[in-house]
Design a protein around this ligand. Structure first.
Ligand SMILES: Nc1ncnc2c1ncn2[C@@H]1O[C@H](COP(=O)(O)OP(=O)(O)O)[C@@H](O)[C@H]1O
Ligand SMILES: [Mg+2]
Length: 332
């Protein structure tokens, strides 16, 4: 029996979402694999828990210098953590240090996928279209007049390093700009001002290592002003069209772009790539290297309509993790 350390929870604001993802994955685990649930509390403590319904258990550590270790007896790790300290390369770095195989992107892909600025740079280097944007750092002299001149309303102001729409504002009149900038700076020292577009939001799942494949695309129809945190996780009124109704040319372009976006950041295993479709123009918005993984999440739903069910998907991801380890990593 292959033992898979399922790491979930975590310190980010997406703690609860990670628990939901882990519950779904745990429940649908493939037969010949045994999931070992490893919970990270909001404070960052690691715990080998009794079950997904009882998150109490024995405190453990992954760091050899902290005494106890969970390393023994786990064949591969599966970080199902969203946001900072999970999806951003930090835990992947820890797993690299420990010299163990794991599911999903490595340090570089995870780090690029979490940082909206460097992510866009990778996309642009690959020749993928992104909406116009500028980057501001907390210590910059911020020239509001320049921003007003360069962009049309609305603009989106976003922290570079968060997920789940935290700290993001849609600025519809220039008087709101300064407050939006302040708000974004509460979450990161680096923020983006982005041209707002009136777009259909299309998402596409990618699976694989050196020859990744894209699923059929799906569409998200936000209920609120934009696809914000409440809409995503609290109110749940967002509509999904799976698969999306798209002209064939656009659908193929999105699938091709999704694979290229995946490769441009050097992702491994899986990711979800999100697009804006403005008329016939396709823009890559972002990539998520550990996408939501509940039974109703876009990532598995899109694979389902493309022909891979939830359990098979988990199995494939574990196999891809092992494969990458065997082929592209020298065992340390
Ligand atoms: N430039 C933009 N134009 C129009 N809508 C946007 C733009 N940027 C973000 N949004 C809206 O805000 C949501 C969250 O932004 P996104 O960049 O995807 O951040 P997150 O990483 O938090 O999901 C998007 O799904 C979309 O609804
Ligand atoms: Mg998003």
């Amino acid at each position: 029996m292959v033992k898979v350390g399922l790491i979930f929870g975590g310190k980010s604001s997406e703690h609860e979402i990670s628990i939901s993802s882990a519950r779904a994955v745990f429940k649908n685990f493939p037969g010949d694999y045994e999931p070992i649930p490893i919970f990270i509390t909001r404070e960052g403590k690691w715990r080998l828990v009794k079950s997904m319904d009882d998150l109490s258990g024995e405190d453990v550590s992954f760091l050899p210098w902290e005494g106890k270790s969970v390393l023994k007896g786990v064949d591969i790790y599966f970080p199902l953590l969203h946001g900072p300290y999970g999806e951003d390369g930090t835990i992947q770095g820890l797993l690299e240090l420990a010299g163990v195989p794991y599911v999903g992107s490595g340090v570089i892909g995870s780090a690029l996928g979490m940082d909206k600025v460097y992510m866009k740079m990778a996309f642009q280097r690959e020749g993928l279209p992104v909406v116009p944007y500028i980057v501001l750092r907390k210590w910059d002299n911020i020239n509001l007049a320049m921003i007003r001149e360069r962009f049309n309303l609305p603009v989106f102001v976003k922290p570079s390093n968060l997920g789940s729409s935290v700290g993001i504002s849609k600025v519809k009149s220039w008087e709101q700009l300064e407050v939006a900038i302040e708000e974004a700076f509460k979450h990161d020292y680096k923020i983006l001002i982005e041209q707002g577009v009136s777009a259909r939001e299309i998402e596409c799942s990618v699976l694989g290592n050196e020859n990744p494949e894209a699923s059929l695309p799906g569409e998200v129809i936000p209920y609120r002003e934009f696809y914000d945190y409440k809409d995503k996780y609290v109110e749940g009124k967002t509509e999904f069209r799976i698969p999306a109704k798209l002209p064939e040319g656009i659908e193929n372009m999105i699938r091709e772009y999704a694979v290229r976006a995946f490769q441009s950041i050097e992702a491994w295993g899986f990711a979800r790539v999100d697009f804006f479709l403005v008329g016939e123009e396709v823009y890559v918005n972002e990539i998520n290297t550990i996408p939501g993984f509940t039974e109703i999440s876009m990532f598995p739903k899109l694979w389902e309509v493309t022909g891979i069910n939830f359990t098979e998907l988990i199995k494939k991801l574990i196999e891809l993790g092992f494969e990458r380890w065997r082929k592209w990593k020298k065992a340390g």
